[in-house]
Design a protein around this ligand. Sequence first.
Ligand code: HEC
Ligand code: HEC
Ligand code: HEC
Length: 134
Amino acid sequence: MYDGNKIIIGLVVFGLLIISPILYNTLGKASVPPEPDINTPEINKMVEKKCVEPKSFMRANHMQILNDWRDEVVRVGKTRTYVNGEGKEFNMSLQNTCMKCHSNKKNFCDKCHTYMAVKPYCWDCHIAPKEKTT
Ligand code: HEC
Ligand code: HEC
Ligand code: HEC
């Protein structure tokens, strides 16, 4: 005599073991953050591919920089030059500076924002770049 229940449980466990790598992969993939694309004409021209500030800083603080730039330009009005940690100068402009290099908004800014479900309202007024990739 054999126990039908045990066989069924055994089959279920066996089945789970078989599909577990698939489950693990799909769930795992969904939580991997997107890799923003820096393949644009402007960035490809650069010898040293560097942002305004170091990458990790930009990743965490770009919204703060943009806020500061806007306040500076709109409220103070005079200073439009930003000097970074290395003494390099940048024009404080969303369109003319950030989006000049990052002319692939869809594959860069939007890639993270969509993933994180943030929707900056900036593009209501500021003109998004014509998509430029290479
Ligand atoms: C001179 C060209 C240039 C300008 C101007 C520029 N960036 Fe960048 N940006 C880059 C490059 C190149 C990288 C990749 C840096 C690296 O890999 O070390 C980058 C990286 C970043 C990252 C991090 C991406 C990641 O993978 O984590 C963010 C966010 C970012 N930039 C936002 C901005 C914003 C916002 C502005 C305007 C305030 C701006 N950038 C201006 C060239 C530029
Ligand atoms: C590496 C991923 C990444 C990239 C690339 C990126 N962002 Fe962001 N951005 C974020 C995250 C995450 C937040 C939300 C941060 C928070 O809520 O604290 C954010 C928030 C913002 C905000 C504030 C929005 C709000 O409603 O608070 C602005 C403005 C912004 N990003 C502009 C840009 C621009 C412009 C670019 C492209 C030049 C860009 N970001 C590229 C990840 C990214
Ligand atoms: C209601 C319309 C409006 C919205 C929405 C808006 N801006 Fe602006 N922004 C302006 C105007 C107008 C100026 C002034 C332009 C000037 O003086 O050159 C400006 C200037 C700026 C500047 C400095 C000048 C430049 O050329 O970029 C920055 C940086 C900036 N905004 C960033 C942002 C960011 C980041 C967001 C989204 C979080 C945003 N703005 C949303 C209207 C807007």
